[in-house]
Design a protein around this ligand. Structure first.
Ligand SMILES: NC(=O)c1ccc[n+]([C@@H]2O[C@H](COP(=O)([O-])OP(=O)(O)OC[C@H]3O[C@@H](n4cnc5c(N)ncnc54)[C@H](OP(=O)(O)O)[C@@H]3O)[C@@H](O)[C@H]2O)c1
Length: 225
């Protein structure tokens, strides 16, 4: 990796909805449809830059959701060139405001881009919401300072998972906030007990807890350190 300004900092925030058996997806989509969680997801992510795997990006684009904001940058992990998306598929965008979609092929490559990008005027240029899927969560969890989890207290069948185990490790993470409620799964109109849980780094100070920036310097391999 080339030299990056040592003063640049990057904050990764993971956001995910996870069943109690760790499932996040089935056959390329969510195994549930819970408006209460979805509204929260949109409210939290909309103003922010995003990082996602190519399948999540495609899924959200086809649903007319991505890019979430015309101002945010969207970094997409892929091994192939991205198709032109966004302006053509989302009614929120027009050709005068092309979506900011940038592919990356390795975590080191992404970090190099992020650490070298010029500061934005909105002072929020170093927060990146990580939207999944599985490999993306597994890779970025060690780099994250905050995890906003929706834990569904129900088992679901699926083929993609979230790495829940590290969040139970008190030496790594602690719960900052938890609220318990019930959502309605529109797939079968069932009630699903769920918790919105905010995990912060175990070593985050009280003053730093909402801005627990992990200093990401020069890395190798998959970018974890
Ligand atoms: N419940 C939730 O909160 C939540 C959140 C996110 C996703 N999901 C669910 O999870 C599923 C999608 O997740 P997913 O894990 O299958 O897919 P994904 O992470 O969105 O995308 C996988 C793709 O990312 C690229 N990629 C991943 N690792 C890479 C690497 N090391 N090098 C290069 N490219 C890499 C590849 O793209 P190319 O094929 O283009 O090379 C790969 O095919 C869906 O069912 C979705 O609904 C659920």
């Amino acid at each position: 990796m080339s030299a990056a300004s040592p003063s640049r900092r990057v904050r990764f925030v993971l956001i995910a909805a996870v069943s109690e058996n760790g499932v996040i997806g089935a056959n390329g989509t969510l195994p549930w449809a819970i408006p209460r969680d979805f509204e929260r997801f949109l409210a939290l992510t909309k103003p922010h830059h995003t990082v996602s795997g190519r399948r999540v990006f495609d899924e959200m684009t086809h649903a007319g959701l991505m890019p979430l904001s015309p101002f945010a940058e969207n970094y997409v992990w892929t091994s192939r060139p991205l198709p032109v998306v966004g302006a053509a598929t989302s009614s929120t965008f027009d050709s005068a405001q092309p979506p900011k979609v940038y592919p990356f092929t390795s975590v080191d490559g992404l970090l190099q881009i992020l650490l070298n990008r010029p500061p934005a005027e909105d002072n929020d240029d170093s927060t990146f919401y990580v939207l999944g899927g599985q490999k993306v969560y597994e890779t970025f969890l060690p780099l994250a300072s905050l995890v906003r989890l929706t834990l569904l207290h129900q088992r679901f069948e699926g083929d993609t998972t979230f790495p829940l185990a590290p969040l139970s490790d008190a030496s790594q993470w602690r719960v900052l906030h938890q609220s318990n409620l019930v959502g309605v799964n529109e797939r079968d109109q069932s009630n699903v007990p769920l918790s919105f849980i905010e995990y912060v780094r175990a070593d985050a100070s009280a003053a730093d807890v909402h801005w627990t920036t992990r200093h990401i310097g020069l890395t190798s391999g998959d970018g974890t350190q």
